[in-house]
Design a protein around this ligand. Structure first.
Ligand SMILES: [Fe+2]
Length: 451
């Protein structure tokens, strides 16, 4: 028996790969939901206890919806050399193909890519079989973030390579069809842990929190909180030569794992939103991730929604905590990436200040209201993925997809919620053939994107 929190309860790995067809649906699946919901999780092989939650081998879970039917569920490990035990560090340096590939899965340029930030992407087939490491035809020679950002207007993919050693930060842009157009080292960056970033219409935004390279950390992920490390926001103009114009602004100490979005407001200021933790929350979260004592009951402790407003002309940043729930996994309607969004979705974790159970949250920036959608005791919803409705004009016209791990019934279900009102009964519920472990990130991939 193991006591590692990331191998028990909702996070208990599954032991095998299965395919199930003809899934049971309650309610009515909208025919326009024709595509795949593909999600990623850390799912070590049976008998393996990773030293860190994030060192567990990646497993993708797919749910195929077509024309009102739930055609299949399947789960597959991402078959990387690391799954078979290949080490990341070799005599020649890091092996960028020795990846867990267990953080996220996206589509770009017609390719499905499983991502982990210390490695190259891994390409998958539409049936979730592993094709192999993908390096953009040789143009990518460093690790790729698990949180690339696709510009909804240009279709360009922005991403970065981060390393605890120089070059610390490289910003890349790929065309809509997947060709790397430019790769620029960002001056002034350091060995701070960078998991996510943001783009606006004219800028790229990086956050360096107070979590930085720590060679004494032996969990396999060599980072730790450092009081001596100031937190900073770096802003650079998009386009050729932009990295050389980066400006770094010091902010209050913290660590923002994920950013919901960023945009330029009517006064030209850059607004960045996302959950952020302080020292205590970081340490309780990290202790959960490595299974150490003094950990929180949940993988995320004390991460609260924040907003940073950067006034480039005045050289100032204003920082606000915008809500008192402990939240993570912020998502939006991706058509608003880099543009002013009104709605944001997140997963609230139970803690002494928050809700009693895991709860989906919808924030309305225009009214300042929040809407809660609890799913019940013993139930853990995954990050909520927004899918726009074809005939909806409003930003929240569409569906919110979440896979719920249900410990009471030892089962899982996909909930299709009406994103315009989370309190309504589900539009549809798809019953999965067994309990699916709690997952990290994933995407809805419409069929048109894989054509
Ligand atoms: Fe992430």
């Amino acid at each position: 028996m193991t006591s590692k929190p990331y191998l028990t309860g909702h996070y208990t790995p599954v032991a095998d790969e299965i395919t199930a067809t003809g899934l049971t649906v309650e309610g009515t699946l909208p025919p326009e939901l024709t595509g795949r919901l593909i999600r990623n999780s850390h799912n070590p092989k049976p008998g393996i206890t990773p030293t860190h939650w994030f060192k567990g081998s990646g497993m993708v879970h797919g749910i195929r919806l077509r024309d009102g039917r739930a055609e299949w569920y399947r789960n597959r490990w991402v078959h990387t050399p690391a799954l078979d035990g290949a080490p990341y560090m070799t005599e020649k340096g890091p092996d960028l193909t020795a990846s867990t590939a267990g953080t996220h899965v996206i589509e770009h340029g017609g390719r499905l890519l499983a991502l982990c930030e210390a490695n190259l992407p891994f390409e998958l087939t539409a049936d979730l079989e592993t094709v192999g490491a993908y390096d953009f035809d040789g143009r990518l020679t460093s690790a790729m973030t698990a949180h690339p950002k696709e510009d909804p207007v240009t279709g360009e993919l922005h991403f970065f390579s981060s390393s605890p050693f120089p070059p610390y930060l490289i910003h890349h842009v790929a065309s809509a069809d997947g060709r790397v157009l430019e790769s620029q080292e960002v001056p002034g960056a350091g060995p701070a842990l960078k998991h996510d970033f943001a783009i606006t219409e004219h800028h790229v935004v990086f956050l360096e929190g107070s979590v930085t390279f720590d060679p004494a950390e032996h969990s396999g992920i060599p980072y730790g909180w450092n009081d001596a490390q100031a937190s900073r926001i770096g802003v650079l103009p998009r386009g050729a030569g932009g990295a050389g114009k980066v400006r770094w602004f010091e902010i209050g100490q913290g660590y923002a794992m994920h950013l919901a979005n960023a945009y330029e407001d009517a006064r030209g200021r850059i607004v960045v939103e996302g959950p952020s933790v302080g020292r205590a929350g970081w340490q309780r979260s990290w202790n959960w991730w490595v299974g150490a004592p003094d950990r929180g009951a949940e993988p995320n402790s004390g991460s609260r929604s924040h907003r940073w407003t950067i006034d480039l002309a005045a050289g100032r940043v204003r920082e606000e905590e915008t809500d008192d729930l402990t939240v993570e996994f912020p998502t939006i309607n991706d058509a608003f990436v880099g543009r002013a969004h009104r709605y944001q979705y997140a997963l609230a974790f139970p803690d002494d200040l928050g809700v009693g159970n895991h709860t989906l949250v919808k924030y309305d920036r225009a009214t300042g209201e929040r809407q809660l959608r609890p799913v019940g005791t013993g139930q853990l919803p995954s990050e909520a993925v927004f899918v726009a409705s074809a005939d909806g004009a409003d930003e929240d016209a569409g569906y919110l997809l979440t896979v719920v791990s249900d410990l009471n019934a030892d089962a899982s279900r996909l909930l299709v919620l009406d994103a315009s009102d989370l309190t309504r009964p589900p539009v549809a519920t798809v019953h999965l053939p067994r309990r699916v472990p709690a997952m990290i990130h994933g995407s809805w991939i419409p069929d048109a994107d894989l054509a």
